[in-house]
Ligand binder design. Structure first.
Ligand code: SF4
Length: 259
């Protein structure tokens, strides 16, 4: 198993299958993952029980690091398609998230007005209005919903807080369609039990959840790199992802597959 961590605040730019040329922003520590999920497929490895928020970069450190990198890219004439908040865990856990989004918008407007700002989030903090409002100020808030069943989320994502699909859907509806749903499909085995969020029962319930949420876009993908669980988790074939995507499109939602 070879999961990895980003060792800086700003990383890349890298080419992202989903987003294009993406300059990454990591609001979490450089030496460990901080997340309130512990997804069995997480590319950053397992969430450690002793994770804390005490060593996060400050709002000012993030702004300065981003400014330096964007100026460097400006000089090189290489604009990013998107500035993406991702990194070693859940970006919206950063207490300065809202202000950091404002700083990023200001820098983007000054240096690369055509560049988009995206956030990849597990949606656990969207009950907080300040987080929701900050996400709405970005160009693309991409929020996770891997299943419409609590028991599946408990196995696939292992939430550390009190997570409920019903509450998450209720909060996702507050975006009034200004939200992208990201769903990772996978199969295999974890702790001796079968893992599969592609069964007919799963897909039916997930499509119904999408109907309730009414997202502007749905991103469907599967595992690509090593996972903490190693070889016991397997990709869902691209053909099947495309079949799921076709059903999403039938509902009238724009859909992107990265197999
Ligand atoms: S939500 Fe993202 S960062 Fe957190 S454990 Fe899951 S995949 Fe990893």
């Amino acid at each position: 198993m070879a999961t990895f961590l980003f060792d800086k605040i700003i990383f890349g730019p890298v080419f992202s299958r989903r987003l294009g040329v993406s300059l990454g922003v990591n609001l979490l520590p450089a030496d460990r993952k901080v997340c309130n999920f512990n997804c069995i497929y997480c590319e950053c490895g397992w969430t450690r029980a002793d994770h804390t928020l005490s060593t996060l970069p400050s709002r000012d450190e993030v702004r300065r690091a981003l400014e330096v990198k964007l100026n460097e890219m400006k000089k090189g004439g290489t604009p990013p398609d998107v500035i993406t908040f991702a990194g070693n865990g859940e970006p919206t856990l950063h207490p300065g998230f809202s202000g950091i989004i404002d700083d990023t918008i200001a820098l983007r407007n000054e240096l690369f007005p055509d560049t988009k700002i995206a956030v990849l989030s597990n949606a656990t903090m969207i009950n907080n209005k300040a987080v929701r409002d900050a996400l709405l100020r970005t160009d693309s808030n991409i929020l996770k919903l891997d299943s419409a069943f609590d028991e599946t989320v408990r196995r696939h994502n292992q939430p550390g807080n009190q997570y409920s699909v019903a509450d998450t859907i209720k909060n996702l509806k507050l975006f009034k369609g200004d939200v992208t749903i990201q769903t990772l499909f996978l199969r295999g085995e974890f702790e001796g039990k079968a893992i599969d969020n592609t069964t007919p029962r799963e897909i039916e319930a997930w499509l119904n959840a999408l109907k309730e949420i009414g997202p502007s876009e749905v991103m469907i993908y599967t595992i690509h790199r090593d996972t903490p669980e190693g070889g016991k988790l397997v990709k869902v074939p691209e053909k099947e992802l495309n079949q799921i995507a076709a059903r999403v499109r039938e509902l009238g939602f724009k859909t992107q597959v990265s197999g």
